[in-house]
Each structure stands twice: as structure tokens, then as C-alpha cells.
Design a protein around this ligand. Structure first.
Ligand code: UD1
Ligand code: MG
Length: 451
């Protein structure tokens, strides 16, 4: 994600609502922990908020949401005892934010596409207009579920929830995106005045607007793109959020200097780091924790997670880099090669059909087709060390713990169970015997039998 480290426009605190049960996800996992681009939804919201350098962030959760509390640490969680509405949820944060002086932005943990720029825009709008409340407005294609924004002479006078709206109000296109900014000192007194005399018998945060207006305060709308306020309620919307997030990540990677031959088929994680002049082929998946340095090439159909690929390395097609892998500069990792917890030195080659796990491979080593590190004895994992410029012949099994020294050779088809000293040839396989004319005799015998 692109980060801008500008200084805060004004002192800020954020409240992120995440106490909803998310029943429509039909899941035992709390909704805000469902991942988008391999990070829990709420992490995206926290990241956008954190970019504005708020003095405090409070996350509102329901009782028993310990997993959410862990996921958002070290940010503070507060508990809303019962789901009595968004206004009631914000009240739960009062105990930790009451002394805070400055803007308070309320946002939702299940709307992962919000950007720091959109939040900054709310603050800007508040400074320009002197408003008590700034509401993020948007014009959805289907406004059915949203609160409608009632705007008169450029000022927001009320938000009417869909369930409470008249037919004329329902026709209003401009809707509440759910993010609201409250100017210094305005939030808590308004919350005290909220009533639940509405269709849902909830305390609506949105009612703060008409209460502010009644108290002589100005409220305004800051419009933002519909994509950024997308809320996730079902797994269908989760997939839509994923699609939008992937597009955003791909675009950022390309603008940063990576070529993607078919971007729509490349899947990134929120934390994927890709350098300049990197070329990525079609159908490549980047799991979490991946860093690709400049000028590396990732060919089609690779799957990479928690791994680092250094400058100018060539990966794939069809390679799998698993956690703990570091591929050194200019190294080649070819088709159907799986690496796990392995450090491959500069310029080394592992080009075909290998599994190398829990190993170090020295620079310029050549690992022949079909080489396997036998790293697991059914109980523990063991290390294999292969030296610089070593040459391991095809179809060798290296039974760990074992080491092959610098410059050593391993004969093809060997099963290596003892260390191989540097510059040594190790051959560990049955010796070949050639039986003269055996084949000819065999054919003649068989032909005789058939008669
Ligand atoms: C809310 C807004 C609506 C807006 C829409 C945008 C209100 C009353 N309505 O409606 O104007 O158009 O979002 O998506 O605010 N939550 C709690 N505790 C609660 C209730 C909700 O923490 O008691 C959290 C939910 O987890 C969710 C967020 O607040 O993250 C919004 O709640 P939700 O029920 O989805 O509000 P909407 O009815 O969609
Ligand atoms: Mg909602």
C-alpha cells in the first residue's frame, strides 16, 4: 500500500466499530477478522487510520471477541455490552476518549477499502467549513440499505435511516457511507441526547446530525467514491472487497515500476513488496510476507509466501516458494521446484523438479533435476547444507542432517547419508554391471518359447 507520511492536519482520535455479530457471514470467525488480501479486514481500516497519525484509536467489540482484541493489539479495545446500535457502540469508547481534545472520526471495521486520503478529506472539510459533523457521502448504484443524506442549502440537516425514510426520502441518491467526523467537544453531548424511538429501536449514531442542527451547529457532507465505503456483510461482498483491493494493489505495484503481463490474474497480499523492473507473468499468487527485489522475474504460475527474492533472480514457471525462503541475487529456480525454509546463494540454480527444505545452498551451486532433501524423519526436521559451487547430480536424495562441501560433486541418483567433504565426488548407488549380449539372448529365448 502506498503510504504518505504527512503531518496531522489537526489532533485526531479514531473509533472503529466492530461489535456487530456479522451473522450473514455464516461463520464462527468474527466478521472483521475475515481476510482481504491476506490481512484481516480490520487491519486495513487500522492501517488507513494510522496513516493520519491519530493520538488514539479505540476499537469497539462485543463481549467474547478476544480474537479481535488480539488481532488489533496494541490498539485499545472497549466493549459494547449489547448491540443497541451504532450510537450506543460509540458510547462504549467514551471512557477511553473522554479526555481527548480534537477531531474524532468514527469508522467501521467491516469496510476495509477506506483510504487515509478519504479520512484526511473529512478533516480538511471540517477545517474549511467549521462544521461540528462531517459525514462521508456517496451515491451507490443501489441505495436501498443506506441512510439518506438530507441536504438543504449546502448543509446536511439530517440522516434518515432507510427503515425510517418516507418514500420521497428514499428517492434521495446521496447516502451515508458510514464514516463520520465529530469536531472537538461535539460527540459526547450529542450521544447523551440519542433516543431509540425509531423503526429498529436502536440508538443511531446518525441521529447526531439532526441533534447538532437543532443545537445550532453546522453539519456538512464530504463526498467519496462508492468503492471506498463498501461494507462487507456477506461472503459475496467479501469477494467484491477482495476484487477491489486486488485492483488497488496491482495498480500500486505497476505504478511503482513492476510489469504485470496479465494483472487480473496476479494475486497480491496487502504487505507484498515489489521492486522496480520486476516482471510478473500470468497466474502468480503472492501470499503474505513476500518481498521481490528489483529486476527479478516471476514467471507464470508461481506461488510465493513469506519469502524473499533478491535482485535479478528468476523464479518459475511453476515454482513454489514456501515460508522462510530467500533466493539470492541472480539465482534461478525453475519449474516444479518447491523451496521451504531455505536460503539459496547468489547465482545458484535449482531448475527442475526438486524439493529443497530446511537447507542452505551456496552461491553458484547447481542442483540437478529431481534432487530431494529428505528433511523429515517423522519426528523432527533436519538441516541440509550444500556448499558454494557444489554440483548435485540429478535424482539425488540428501538425507538430512547432512552437508555437501564447497565444490563437491554428488553422482546422479545417489542417496547421500554421510557428509561429503569439499571438492570430493560422492557416489552412493548400486554399481552398474553390463552383461554382454544378454538382451539378444533374452529375445531369442522368448521367441523360442512362443513357438
Ligand atoms: C449504518 C448507518 C447508515 C449508513 C450505513 C453505511 C447508522 C444508524 N446507520 O447502517 O446510515 O448508510 O451504515 O454502511 O449508523 N455496530 C456496532 N454495534 C452496534 C451496531 C453496529 O459495533 O450495536 C457496528 C457494526 O459492526 C458495523 C457498523 O457498526 O461495523 C455499522 O453497523 P450496521 O448495522 O452495519 O449499520 P447499517 O444498518 O449498515
Ligand atoms: Mg452495514
Amino acid at each position: 500500500m502506498t503510504k504518505t507520511n504527512s503531518s496531522p492536519l489537526a489532533p485526531l482520535a479514531c473509533i472503529i466499530l466492530a461489535a456487530g455479530q456479522g451473522t450473514r457471514m455464516r461463520s464462527t470467525l468474527p466478521k472483521v477478522l475475515h481476510p482481504v488480501a491476506n490481512a484481516p479486514m480490520i487491519e486495513h481500516v487500522l492501517a488507513a487510520a494510522a496513516e493520519l497519525l491519530p493520538e488514539q484509536i479505540a476499537v469497539v467489540i462485543a463481549p467474547g471477541m478476544d480474537t479481535v482484541e488480539k488481532a488489533v493489539a496494541p490498539h485499545r479495545c472497549v466493549i459494547q455490552q449489547q448491540p443497541l446500535g451504532t450510537g450506543d457502540a460509540v458510547k462504549a469508547a467514551r471512557s477511553v476518549l473522554e479526555k481527548f481534545r480534537g477531531d474524532i472520526i468514527v469508522l467501521f471495521g467491516d469496510a476495509p477499502l477506506v483510504t487515509a486520503e478519504a479520512l484526511r478529506n473529512l478533516q480538511r472539510k471540517r477545517i474549511e467549513s467549521g462544521a461540528a459533523i462531517v459525514v462521508a457521502g456517496f451515491s451507490p448504484t443501489d441505495q436501498a440499505p443506506y441512510g439518506r443524506l438530507i441536504v438543504e442549502s449546502g448543509q446536511l440537516t439530517a440522516i434518515v435511516e432507510a427503515a425510517d425514510a418516507t418514500e420521497a426520502q428514499r428517492a434521495i441518491r446521496l447516502c451515508n457511507g458510514g464514516i463520520m467526523l465529530f469536531a472537538d467537544g461535539k460527540l459526547w453531548p450529542l450521544l447523551d441526547k440519542l433516543r431509540d424511538d425509531n423503526a429498529k429501536h436502536e440508538f443511531y449514531l446518525t441521529d447526531c446530525v439532526k441533534l447538532a442542527k437543532a443545537g445550532g451547529h453546522i453539519c456538512v457532507v464530504a463526498e467519496m467514491p462508492a468503492d471506498e465505503v463498501l461494507g462487507v456483510n456477506t461472503r459475496v461482498e467479501l469477494a467484491e472487497a477482495e476484487r477491489l483491493m486486488q485492483n488497488r494493489l496491482r495498480r500500486a505495484a505497476m505504478l511503482n515500476g513492476a510489469t504485470m503481463i496479465d494483472p487480473a490474474t496476479v494475486y497480491l497480499s496487502a504487505d507484498t513488496r515489489i521492486g522496480q523492473d520486476v516482471v510478473i507473468g500470468p497466474n502468480v499468487v503472492f501470499g503474505p510476507g513476500v518481498e521481490i527485489s528489483n529486476k527479478a522475474e516471476i514467471r507464470a504460475f508461481c506461488h510465493i509466501e513469506q519469502a524473499k527474492v533478491e535482485e535479478g533472480a528468476l523464479i518459475g514457471p511453476y515454482a513454489r516458494l514456501r515460508p522462510g525462503t530467500i533466493v539470492g541475487g541472480g539465482a534461478h529456480i525453475g519449474n516444479f521446484v518447491e523451496l521451504k525454509n531455505t536460503e539459496v546463494g547468489r547465482g545458484a540454480k535449482i531448475n527442475h523438479l526438486s524439493y529443497i527444505g530446511d537447507a542452505t545452498v551456496g552461491s553458484k551451486a547447481n542442483i540437478g533435476a529431481g534432487t530431494i532433501t529428505c528433511n523429515y524423519d517423522g519426528f523432527r526436521k533436519h538441516h541440509t547444507s550444500i556448499g558454494a559451487e557444489a554440483f548435485v547430480g540429478s535424482n539425488s536424495a540428501l538425507v538430512a542432517p547432512v552437508s555437501v562441501g564447497d565444490g563437491a560433486y554428488v553422482g546422479a541418483g545417489s542417496v547421500i547419508t554421510m557428509d561429503v567433504p569439499a571438492n570430493t565426488l560422492a557416489v552412493a548407488r548400486g554399481r552398474q554391471s553390463n552383461l554382454d549380449d544378454w538382451a539378444k539372448r533374452f529375445r531369442e529365448e522368448q521367441a523360442e518359447r512362443k513357438k
